[in-house]
Design a protein around this ligand. Structure first.
Ligand code: PLP
Length: 427
């Protein structure tokens, strides 16, 4: 028995399902999770000593690759000074200023500890600010595990084939209206009925949690117009796309400014951080300045701020996002060529350094089309890729991430493995 399997059976004795987040279990691909010993650059190493090219990147944060020397060094120095004080440090202001400077719609930002906390708090703020209760979310968008948001969510919810979650009160779910992603007329219909009741529309501007799906031309612009017309706040959940698709996130790429933005993943540089920010007038509603309460013992944690600051400093350097785009293009060209050669119904969807290979004969533009993908084929593909030393998210409905440390060699090795895995699916 492999060490990973041994550790997994031990973990299952003490941890529900043996994992601390369901997306990590390999259930959908009929396998057991690997236990990881260490990471370096584009690689992770499991406890059995096998090396993998990693496209999970801790589900998004590791854009610099694992264990970046500058981040490690900064963390070591901070650790010598202490790991948590529960009192302000200048590190919080430095990271907040970097976010405000980098993201044009953000005047002020509040640090929290996860993406879930960021979206939950942003919704409370939107409700407090507008005095309205309903929210609109898009089918297949995942915003963490807050009650209001666990309705028709993607990610692990789709992977495990459950509609929502037990334990979410019906009254809570009733306040959430779900419309298809990329469908403006469905949204307009909802606004006709609830014009004065909707506090916020929240979405992933580019989705990652049903797999990578781009907004249709003009979709984000129309969302901006409609929400403005009805006095509803527009929230971009950029937990995944923030500092990933561009330094200023999807809103920079598509030139559409939301009222509030949520962050996580990359701004914590691999440590637990989330944040939400937006227009000054709205952010001033948060305690202690305003009436919307939100707090955290470890919020703005010095180690987490340090990892975030050193990560963003490197991402600010000239040419970083062009480099990521070049890497994405190279991988895409190789995989598209494989798809043609093997002649198999697969759609390769990529924006910058995020991508998904949908085992699907038709274009994927929303949750329904994503769900039409062949998960059995994905499972075969995933397991063959793993055998070939390529570590992918263990679900069809997730985004893969390229880091700055994925070199031409790693990308070529991935394309080679992809060819073999596609052939195996076809058999
Ligand atoms: N929002 C988006 C878009 C996400 O992708 C995620 C996590 O994958 C979250 C929110 C929740 O973040 P966390 O897992 O840090 O709570």
């Amino acid at each position: 028995m492999s060490k990973s399997k041994e550790l997994f059976s031990e973990a299952k004795k003490y941890i529900p399902g043996g994992v601390n987040s369901p997306a990590r279990a390999f259930k959908a691909v009929e396998n057991d999770p690997l236990f990881i010993e260490q990471g370096k650059g584009a690689f992770i190493y499991d406890v059995d000593g096998k090396k993998y090219i990693d496209y999970v990147g801790s589900w998004g944060p590791m854009i610099l690759g694992h264990n970046h020397p500058a981040v490690v060094e900064a963390l070591q120095q901070q650790l010598m000074k202490g790991s948590s004080f529960g009192a302000p440090t200048k590190l919080e202001t430095i990271l907040a200023e970097m976010v405000v400077e980098g993201v044009s719609s953000v005047d002020k930002v509040r640090m929290v500890n996860s993406g879930t906390e960021a979206t939950m708090s942003a919704l409370r703020l939107a409700r407090g600010y507008t005095g309205r209760t309903k929210i609109i979310k898009m089918e297949g968008c995942y915003h963490g595990h807050g009650d209001s948001l666990l309705v028709e969510a993607g990610s692990g919810i789709t992977t495990l084939g459950i509609a929502g979650s037990a334990g979410v009160p019906a009254k809570m779910a009733e306040e959430t209206i779900v419309v298809p992603y990329n469908d403006i007329s469905a949204l307009e219909e909802v606004f006709k009925e609830y014009s004065q009741d909707v506090a916020a529309v929240i979405l992933e501007p580019v989705t990652g949690n049903m797999g990578v799906v781009a907004p249709k031309n003009g979709y984000l612009e129309s969302l901006r117009e409609i929400t403005k017309k009805y006095g509803t706040l527009l929230i971009f959940d950029e937990v995944m796309t923030g500092f990933r698709l561009a330094y200023g996130g999807a809103q920079e790429l598509y030139q559409v400014e939301p009222d509030l933005t949520t962050f996580g993943k990359i701004i914590g540089g691999g440590l637990p951080v989330g944040a939400y920010g937006g227009k000054r007038e709205i952010m001033n509603y948060i305690a202690p300045e305003g009436p919307v309460y939100q707090a955290g013992t470890l919020s703005g944690n010095p180690l987490a701020m340090t990892a975030g600051i050193s990560t963003l400093k490197l991402l600010k350097e000239e040419g970083v996002y062009n480099t990521l785009e070049e890497k994405g293009k190279l991988l895409e060209a190789g995989i598209q060529e494989n798809i043609r050669k093997v002649d198999i119904p697969v759609v390769f969807s990529r924006i910058g350094s995020m991508f998904t290979l949908f085992f699907n004969g038709s274009d994927v533009t929303d949750y329904q089309s994503a769900k039409g993908s062949n998960t059995k084929a994905f499972s075969i593909y995933f397991n063959k890729m793993l055998e070939e030393g390529i570590y992918l998210p263990p679900s069809q409905f997730e985004a893969n991430f390229i880091s700055l440390t994925h070199s031409k060699d790693e990308i070529e090795a991935t394309v080679e493995a992809n060819y073999k895995a596609l052939l195996e699916v076809k058999e």
